[in-house]
Ligand binder design. Sequence first.
Ligand code: FCB
Length: 470
Amino acid sequence: MDTDLTRPSSVAGADPIDTLPPSFRWGVATSSYQIEGAVAEDGRTPSIWDTFCRVPGAVHNGDHGDVACDHYHRMPQDVALIADLGLDTYRFSVAWPRVQPGGRGPANVAGLAFYDRLVDELLGRDVEPWVTLYHWDLPQELEDAGGWPNRDTAYRFADYAELVFAALGDRVRTWTTLNEPWCSAMLGYAYGDHAPGRRNLGDGIAAAHHLLLGHGLATRRLREAARSPIELGLTLNLSTADPETGSAADRDAARAADGLANRLYLDPVLRGEYPQDVVADLAAEGVRIPVEEGDLDVIATPIDVLGVNYYFGQLHSGVDEQGRDRDDDGKPVRRVVRRDLPRTAMDWEIVPESFTDLLVRLHRDYPGTPMVITENGAAFDDKPDADGFVNDDDRVGYLTEHLRAVARARAAGADVRGYFAWSLLDNFEWAYGYDKRFGIVRVDYDTQRRTPKRSALWYRDTVRRVRGQR
Ligand code: FCB
């Protein structure tokens, strides 16, 4: 894609970040299992992540979320941190097994009360709550009944969404149904890297469809239940998939990667159809998407905001290192090309230009849907000083360049209305455990002490400057 188009001269010279409008939403994001701890308190039952963490070798260092950042007990202090940074929005997720243990039946009053207090605490400090209903912690009992590959889980999710909405809908305006269904479906059921750790492409694709169905069902229920204006949407992890060369094989590899990672989610939600080329790719693997009549109408229920999570770009090749475009089984070669680019501690390529490309492409291919960056950030090997302070220039650099990329996309017409840094706190980074630190605030896991890093102070000052408060 031609990135030059996205760099109009109007922002040349000045810092593009300063072109972000006063109405722009600024926040931080977290998720329940990654920070809360208190996994057996107030009636919470196990989620698939509690189970997965106990599988030997599944999570780095045998880490788990039993205590995590102990946010369940330190919530007011964490809300104060957000308010002190001058941010206007906090995106957090609700733990399904906390508010509806076992995944069905009535609400657990004690579990819901935590989120009730959290919402009040936020509002009391002028921070808007943004709720994500599902950030990967499926009740284990629902997994035992088949998990997301089982169609019934979509209906269970809609019931659960309604329970949470009944409790918080009077105070929460913005609702995200799912966080990154690609990760839940593919990492969880097809590739086995995430809970519940299955490795079956058919299960992954069935999970993806039922997650999207659950999204559509929940969106309809919340829309019907709302007594005041609300914003509904879902969050997708999206990226660019560029071909290494203009060859037919490379272009096809990029098409396939884009299809499976991006369009398989964007098209049904925003166009009411599955991409035919992906359907054909899957058929070649003997996999069918289990669509039933009416499903696509439900999935395409209009949303108000598309959450975009972006971390890295990728380059794709359709030939192997020997130059062959078919593998030994006669299947097309699909290969991610490692570029000579700076990387984060996750080994993810740092490509802010691709962020601009992605947002401009979304604007072009799926017009009319406002976007908010619901996650963007980076893990680096932080080195705290004796006081626990981290001078994380690398993270400041990453965030600066990615915010500039957002501003450039806006200048090129993309309707991006907000940005949330991932993450407020260092936290449980899934299969990487506590080893990878994404926080703008350091957490000392021995003492649970929080120390804002330089990136947090930079973020606070940037938000102030852009808002014209200084
Ligand atoms: C995203 C997840 C989030 C966090 C970041 C680094 O895929 O939504 O929970 O792990 O990656």
